[in-house]
Design a protein around this ligand. Structure first.
Ligand code: ARG
Length: 411
């Protein structure tokens, strides 16, 4: 009996070549394509897998699961790797890995495979997530192993009746899902040069955007985006709509030279209109509802959360613990945020919340001020007490007036 391998299949050249390559090594190949909101022709992808030699071809609609269990926790954490990248590809890998393992169990397979190269983060995310779900499985990474040059790969494809895209659809390596689109390679690799306009597909160049802002209201409940302009929407649809609306206004174009886990710096281009808009709006709401302590603690942990997700540690106890923290920390993130989308920018214009901690009677400089100014004096005295004490013990260097240009006038 042949061994079965479950291959994460995208329909692209690499994973299509991987099918005959695995078959030649004696495996029955079961292809698995996941719909994560990339608007691909999944029927065609499913059929293509069989045409190039898979024995079975699965297509899984995982959009809702992706939104609920991967995107939403990341949004609660305002997760941006190196402060910029909303982790679209990074979040998708553990989900695809989880699906691979589930299908491996259904098919009683001991092998799973993916199309990642040896240079990227994605191999790490797949391999580690698969091991987390079932450490007894063996991972095969054909592209990491076969050592083909581009030309050799095409020759191999031709010899095995794998259709080769006539015009290479894009000179870039592209990854797309609901949470964003990444492009790398080709002309993007020169970080000294502007990104060629053809690297973008989801966003209008800011200079060609409408010249009036689009204003929208985003509603949140406990950190979860629930409505657009008052209309309640399922999460997947809300994200899809925001990708369109914000993308038309050029929002979410990100140009980043990032540090990959494997030690390489690489220049990447992201388009994440919904992610950037939602994280911006979510942060604005947090300004209103989080206590200072929670806000500062949460900010200190957000980069850690993003790093764990980026570095392939999705299924780690550290990320799980942070997910639980973020969930509690955001339980009052309920309210509405008004943003203006305009020529590449998201501008927060207003936020409201039924559990707002903003107290106008304390904040105001007007007449109805309830803040106790005399209490402030005592507070400041005690707050500064250690500094006052130290000043007596160890005087600081004083400003030397003779070193400054000074003009003095007398009456
Ligand atoms: N650099 C990003 C990341 O590590 C994007 C990777 C996208 N993958 C791809 N095959 N183009 O998450």
């Amino acid at each position: 009996m042949k061994d079965t391998v479950i291959l994460a299949y995208s329909g692209g050249l690499d994973t299509s070549v991987a099918i005959p390559w695995l078959a030649e090594r004696g495996y029955d190949v079961v292809a698995l394509a996941a719909d994560l909101g990339a608007n691909l022709d999944l029927k065609a992808i499913q059929e293509k897998a069989l045409k190039v030699g898979a024995v079975r071809s699965y297509v899984v609609d995982a959009r809702e699961r992706f939104a609920e269990e991967y995107i939403l926790p990341a949004l609660r954490a305002n997760a941006l790797y190196e402060g910029v990248y909303p982790l679209s590809a990074a979040l998708s890998r553990p989900l695809i890995a989880d699906l691979l393992v589930a299908v491996a169990h259904a098919e009683q397979a001991k092998f799973v495979a993916h199309g990642c190269t040896g240079k990227g983060n994605d191999q790490v995310r797949f391999d580690v997530a698969i091991a987390a779900m079932d450490p007894s499985l063996t991972v095969i990474a054909p592209v990491r192993e076969w050592g083909f040059s581009r030309d050799e790969e095409i020759a191999y494809a031709e010899a095995h009746q794998v259709p080769i895209p006539v015009t290479r659809s894009s000179p870039y390596s592209i990854d797309v899902n609901l949470w964003g689109r990444s492009a790398e390679g080709g002309a993007i690799e020169d970080p000294s040069q502007p990104v060629p306009e053809d690297a973008y597909a989801w966003t209008v160049a800011p200079e060609r955007c409408p010249d009036t802002p689009t204003r929208i209201r985003i509603g949140f409940e406990a950190g979860r985006p629930v409505s657009l302009d008052g209309e309640r929407l399922p999460l997947v649809e809300l994200i899809e709509r925001l990708n369109r609306i914000a993308g038309q206004n050029g929002v979410g174009r990100l140009d980043l030279v990032e540090n990959r886990l494997v030690g390489i710096k690489s220049r990447e281009v992201y388009e994440a209109p919904a992610a950037v808009t939602l994280i911006t709006a979510h942060r604005a709401l947090e300004q209103l509802v989080l206590t200072r302590d929670v806000a500062h603690l949460k900010w200190s942990l957000e980069p850690r959360y993003a790093e764990l997700a980026y570095n392939g540690l999705w299924h780690s106890p550290a990320r799980q613990a942070l997910e639980a923290f973020m969930k509690v920390a955001t339980q009052n993130n309920t309210g509405e945020v008004q943003v203006a989308l305009y020529r590449g920018q998201v501008r927060v214009e207003g936020r409201t919340s039924p559990v707002s901690l903003y107290a106008p009677e304390l904040a105001t400089y007007g007449t109805h001020d309830l803040f106790d100014h005399r209490a402030a004096k005592g507070f400041v005295d005690l707050w500064g007490l250690p500094i006052r004490t130290r000043a007596r013990v160890e005087p600081l260097a004083q400003v030397d007036l003779s070193a400054l240009n000074i003009s003095v006038m007398e009456r």
